[in-house]
Design a protein around this ligand. Structure first.
Ligand SMILES: [Zn+2]
Length: 453
């Protein structure tokens, strides 16, 4: 018997975390934090698993919405065994330490206890790591006869270390995609899938509501990017690109550098900074042991300047430059948010967005505005006129919806559980799956609602 209980992020992109009871083995898949919420509200609802026996927590990748709540889970369930890929473990060490300082700025509320650097160090030591395609056993405390579960990670093509999770017991197979991408980025090659029929597929649906015709492939979008960037740089302007420090910063840095090398993009100074540059090193160290489009491409060898060394943002406008600054959605208080305030006053310069923006973020306000508009970045900011140019690009690290359907075609599941998408995304995916395959049972993951398959 399998029961699947979303404890966070069921019908939204947020604190992704799912509890599975797989023939008596208690397994948590991912343990994320909601990036736009604070305190207890940002965590999965751990009360939902108080009466469950939890043996394992398997983490698909190191983005905060998949791993950020792990220190809180360990406080609740100190004996839980955590397994990731080696790269996710290395990235977790960087990002969880980074979160300690960010969380400290939040308002303290009862029941929400911050964690410390020492606790992160202990947690990282607890994480066991397994290479992709290397089958291993999960040994649960309450294991019944014949209930041994085997687990295998598959490269998910999303960011460094990202993995889909295959769970097998007595010939029954569950596959959890995590965040998955079936097309190549500049660094990350496409996902690899199990070569076997799956019984229950747990499928992400991020782009289920997005018309794929709006998406060019990464290469074509790079050339469109270069064309628009050259217009700005050649007229003396500078470009601000808000990026997630894990994944998007590395992919865009590599993309920009290769365009400059091919003389498709005007060569100017590139600014990076913060934790993103440490993550660049993790990408470099691992380049010979993971799948890469080009293992010789070394991010640290790309000439970069540190934006933390710039005391006055006006310096960015003295000479044309490109600034890759986190956070990706320009969350208040981050570098990209601070720089934006200077950028929007510059008529020759531009802000280029390169990915998904949640509706209630300053990034969304920017992506949906144009030169001449009066905008308010947050409710606390004065309305300001946008004088710079705004250009939106789509460099996606998630599968487009047709590719998600290809996963269903290839794995031939009897049951599909749809996760990690809004109502429209899940609605489109569910209808599209049923239209092609009437015999598949499709379920929607809703936080707190148990699914028995
Ligand atoms: Zn992700």
């Amino acid at each position: 018997m399998i029961s699947f209980l979303p404890i966070g992020g069921g019908n939204e992109i947020g604190a992704n975390s799912y509890f599975i009871n797989f023939n008596g083995n208690g397994i948590i898949l991912d343990c994320g934090i909601h990036p736009q919420k604070t305190g207890l509200e940002s965590l999965p609802d751990f009360d939902l698993i108080t009466d469950k026996s939890v043996d394992y927590c398997l983490i698909s990748h190191a983005h905060q919405d998949h791993i950020g709540a792990l220190p809180f889970l360990v406080k609740k369930i100190p004996y839980v065994k955590i397994i990731t890929t080696p790269q996710t473990r290395a990235l977790a060490e960087l990002t969880l330490h980074n979160s300690v300082s960010i969380l400290k700025k939040e308002i303290v509320e009862p029941g929400f206890e911050f964690y410390s650097h020492d606790e992160v160090d202990l947690l990282i030591k607890m994480i066991d790591y397994k290479e992709n395609k290397n089958k291993f056993e999960l040994n649960s405390y309450h294991q019944l006869k014949d209930s041994q579960v085997n687990c295998t990670f598959f490269d998910a093509g999303h960011i460094l270390g990202s993995a889909g999770v295959l769970l097998e017991n007595n010939n029954y197979k569950i596959f959890y995609t995590g965040d998955i991408n079936l097309t190549a980025q500049t660094i990350q090659p496409p996902a690899q899938l199990p070569e076997t029929k799956i019984d229950t597929l747990i499928l992400e649906t991020t782009y289920g509501a997005t018309d794929s015709d709006l998406y060019l492939d990464w290469n074509s979008e790079s050339f469109r990017f270069a064309k628009e960037a050259n217009k700005i740089l050649n007229s003396g302007g500078s470009i601000l690109i808000p990026v997630f420090s894990l994944g998007k910063m590395q992919e865009l840095l590599a993309t920009i550098w290769l365009l400059m090398q091919k003389r498709k993009l005007t060569t100017v100074d590139i600014y990076t900074g913060g934790i993103g540059t440490k993550i660049n090193l993790a990408y470099d160290y691992n380049r010979f042991v993971v799948n890469r489009v080009d293992e010789d491409l070394e991010l640290n060898a790309i000439p970069q300047k540190d934006y933390y060394k710039i005391s006055n943002p006006e310096e960015f406008f003295k000479n044309p430059c490109i600034v890759l600054a986190s956070s990706g959605m320009m969350i208040k208080g981050t570098s990209s948010f601070t720089f934006t305030k200077s950028w929007i006053k510059q008529k020759d310069s531009a802000i280029f967005t390169v990915g998904y923006m949640d509706t209630n973020t300053p990034g969304y306000v920017i992506a949906n505005s144009e030169c001449g508009d009066k905008i308010q970045l947050t409710e606390y900011d004065e309305p300001t006129e946008v004088k710079c140019k705004i250009n939106n690009f789509k460099f996606s690290a998630h599968a487009r919806r047709e590719d998600l359907l290809k996963i269903v075609d290839k794995l031939k599941p009897d049951n599909v559980i749809l996760t990690h998408g809004d109502e429209d995304a899940i609605g489109w995916m569910g209808a599209a799956i049923l239209k092609k395959n009437k015999n598949i049972k499709v379920y929607t993951a809703i936080t707190g609602k148990e699914i028995i398959v």
